[in-house]
Design a protein around this ligand. Structure first.
Ligand SMILES: Nc1nc2c(ncn2[C@@H]2O[C@H](COP(=O)(O)OP(=O)(O)O)[C@@H](O)[C@H]2O)c(=O)[nH]1
Ligand SMILES: Nc1ncnc2c1ncn2[C@@H]1O[C@H](COP(=O)(O)OP(=O)(O)O)[C@@H](O)[C@H]1O
Length: 399
């Protein structure tokens, strides 16, 4: 059984002079990947410091501070690291909550390679580890006033534990009934543009003169809650998602006629005359693209609302299904508080250092990493967990 590499930076540092103050107090681990050493940690134990990544490039004898993408984990008591597949470091956090204890730092994955090439700098990217898989998200597009919001509301109301809405960001002003954080995250253009630049958005587009976008966090938060994510985005956004690594189902909602669309928009009464005109002008091009671009897996005509809703449910495999009242079960990972980490093939053993018979929270666990999916800039999903009741019992092949 090989112990996880968890060198002290002090050991690593012997003989090197660098400007990072790595000899000061704090917690650090280092992991070798090829001719680079990735040092993850913090310099101080105070709450104001955060988890940093430094790279020692052995071939050049130089320290490098990389561009760090993604949301990083909070500071906890300590960290163990395991190198997986030569391209990502798994971080197992001591003293964290069950939904926050496994993280991945990607150092040479396809995503990181692309980012390195695009930026010309050294790049690393964080993603949080999650149990189980996420269901394929559903992208719904169509012209303004066609009934997308109405159909999505019906679905979320009938199947509250099955579907969740991806809350987009927008620079447009809220309508009177709209709530910030529920219908949209209403935001300033400069803030949104910076977040787009920082890689926080899955897609974005300028629609009817305003900026709209789906943050990676908006989609992942729905999947984290165990629900299937629904995105209400325009055709340009759907095209970007199609080109992204997100595997989704694409549905276009079309109106029975332009006259009917105009009537619905006017009856809704949420836009000024000028805005209605702009939306109608854009609608023709959107309908044309929706029907001919090949982006969409299905096109539904929203003539009769009830019929269209039934057809939508059919596409989602919900025909005749009774809504379930069961909340998805939480998918956290209970780790023993004091543990040692080791890896054999596709299994990571997190062994309790102080087992107590009959105390489930003190059990050792085995994480199966054979079917990991996704990764930065979102989540790494597909972690499977086996709890070992007593450490003296058989360890599923790990000895
Ligand atoms: N690309 C993209 N489009 C979005 C997003 N959120 C909303 N939209 C689209 O922006 C357009 C205008 O939305 P909205 O202002 O809510 O008006 P409505 O469609 O008339 O209710 C619609 O086509 C939405 O599908 C997003 O995050 N990304
Ligand atoms: N099939 C339908 N027949 C008549 N009115 C509809 C139908 N579907 C939706 N509506 C109405 O049309 C208006 C626009 O619908 P909405 O869901 O806001 O559109 P979108 O989100 O696509 O902009 C709303 O007032 C809604 O109640």
């Amino acid at each position: 059984m090989g112990e996880a590499p968890a060198l002290c930076v002090e050991d690593l540092q012997e003989g090197f002079s660098n400007g990072f103050g790595l000899r000061s107090k704090g917690f650090k681990t280092s992991t070798d990947v090829g001719d680079k050493t990735f040092v993850i940690g913090c310099n101080n134990n105070d709450s104001a410091s955060s988890l940093e990544v430094h790279i020692y490039d052995k071939s050049r004898g130089k320290w490098v501070i990389p561009t760090v993408l993604g949301t990083k984990p909070k500071l906890y008591e300590g960290y163990s690291t395991v190198l997986l597949n030569g391209d990502r470091i798994m971080i197992i956090i001591k003293g964290s909550t069950p939904d926050d204890c496994i993280w991945f730092l990607e150092v040479d994955t396809e995503y990181v390679k692309q980012q390195k090439e695009a930026s010309g700098t050294e790049v690393v990217a964080w993603s949080k580890g999650m149990r189980g898989d996420a269901e394929k998200p559903v992208v719904i597009s169509g012209p303004s006033g066609v009934g997308k919001g109405t159909l999505i509301n019906m679905l979320v109301k009938e199947f509250p534990y099955m579907f969740g809405f991806s809350v987009s960001h927008t620079t447009r002003a809220p309508r009177s009934m709209e709530k910030n954080g529920v219908h949209y995250h209403f935001t300033e253009r400069s803030i949104m543009e910076k977040d787009i630049k920082d890689g926080k958005f899955l897609e974005f587009a300028s629609v009817h003169g305003n900026l709209y976008g789906t943050s990676i966090e908006a989609v992942e938060a729905v999947a984290d809650s165990g629900k299937r994510c629904i995105l209400d985005i325009d055709v340009q956004g759907a095209k970007s998602v199609r080109a992204s690594s997100l595997d989704a189902l694409f549905i276009f909602i079309s109106p029975p006629s332009m006259r009917e669309l105009e009537e619905r928009l006017r009856l809704r009464g949420t836009e000024t005359e000028e805005q209605v005109q702009k939306r109608l002008r854009n609608a023709e091009a959107e309908i044309e693209q929706g029907k001919t671009s090949g982006i969409f897996d299905h096109i539904l005509c929203n003539d009769n609302l009830e019929k269209c809703y039934e057809n939508l449910k059919k596409l989602l495999g919900l025909e005749g299904s009774a809504p379930t009242n069961t909340k998805p079960s939480p998918k956290g990972i209970d780790l023993p508080p004091n543990h040692l980490v080791s890896k054999i093939d596709n299994k990571i053993l997190i062994k309790n250092e102080t087992p107590e018979p009959g105390n489930a929270s003190k059990n050792s666990v085995v994480l199966d990493i054979s079917s990991l999916k996704g990764g930065a800039p979102g989540r790494t999903r597909g972690l499977k967990i086996n709890v070992i009741d007593s450490f003296s019992e058989s360890l599923n092949g790990i000895h």
